[in-house]
Design a protein around this ligand. Structure first.
Ligand code: NDP
Ligand code: 8X3
Length: 251
């Protein structure tokens, strides 16, 4: 049985991925996020389908992350597949008005959090000469858009780090992939606009966005390829989107 760890499993893409992978046989899940109550509900829901454990920690807090991962007992102590999904945008402001607190959050979660957990879990993968890492980037990392500045930079870092990880780890038989979604309707925009749901809903106005389930399906596709195949990089848009800024809102 292979062990899959998903960060950011309490909502959106991560939650949908947990539900999608629970349907596959041969996998057990470690689900992570800060909201413990949501993790508990999900564990109860999915443990009828496959073995599940949950770990509640803030990915910015390196020692909390280490303590949580070190607490894993067999058969969950060896992580075979890491899905680096936790992340968010915080704010959408021009560079001279951006909030330093928002910038810290995006860099600490989307970049440094992803790096810390990857460093920790890739060590065991290297020792065992087997593993897979799937990073959730964004179209924002491929194309910068107005006021996206630091979020775009954080996702460009995920793009570059995916390449770096693959270069360092392929000789240890570890597969590294990135999936870069366009607009996906999750809690993402509500977090970006700090709970202002009127602003959040406008992001998807007049068009049909992707769902967390759509991206979960692409994650499963990448993950379930034969061992000699790595999907290195994938951009996934809704049909109504052609680039970071070109969206057909009459669809
Ligand atoms: P959601 O806001 O629905 O989910 C974000 C997840 O990240 C939550 O489970 C949240 O859990 C977790 N998370 C956030 N901050 C932390 C933290 N400090 N420590 C631990 N976990 C954290 O958004 P999405 O599902 O849309 O986002 C998932 C990923 O997809 C992100 O990396 C995002 O950048 C990326 N993405 C999203 C797109 C979109 O349009 N929605 C498009 C392209 C990429 P909790 O709050 O419980 O800690
Ligand atoms: C999320 C997609 O375009 O809102 O990464 O940045 S976008």
């Amino acid at each position: 049985m292979k062990t899959v760890l998903i960060t950011g499993a309490t909502s959106g893409i991560g939650r949908a991925t947990a539900c999608r992978l629970a349907k596959e046989s041969g996998f057990q899940l470690i689900l992570c996020g800060r909201r413990k109550n949501r993790l508990e509900v999900l564990e109860t829901e999915l443990s009828e389908q496959c073995p599940v454990v949950t770990l509640a920690f803030d990915i910015r807090d390196r020692s909390a992350m280490e303590v949580a991962l070190d607490s894993l007992e067999a058969p969950f102590s060896q992580v075979d597949i890491l899905i680096n999904n936790a992340g968010n945008a915080h704010g959408l402001d021009p560079i001279h008005q951006g909030s330093l607190e928002d910038w810290d959050q995006m860099l600490d979660i989307n970049v440094k959090g992803l790096l810390s957990i990857t460093r920790k879990l890739s060590q065991g993968m290297v020792e065992r000469k087997q593993g897979q890492i799937i990073n959730i980037g964004s179209i924002a990392g491929k194309e910068t858009y107005p006021n996206g500045n630091v979020y775009c930079a954080s996702k460009a870092a995920v793009d570059v780090l995916t390449e770096g990880m693959r270069m360092d780890l392929h000789m240890h038989n570890i597969r590294v992939s990135a999936i870069h979604p366009g607009l996906v309707e999750t809690e993402f925009s509500s977090v970006r606009f700090k709970g202002d749901n009127a602003k959040a809903n406008k992001v998807y106005e007049g068009m049909r966005p992707l769902t967390g389930e759509d991206i979960a399906e692409t994650i499963a596709f990448v993950m379930l390829q034969p061992e000699h195949v790595v999907i290195a990089d994938m951009v996934v848009f809704p049909t109504a989107q052609a680039s970071a800024t070109r969206v057909n809102r009459n669809s």
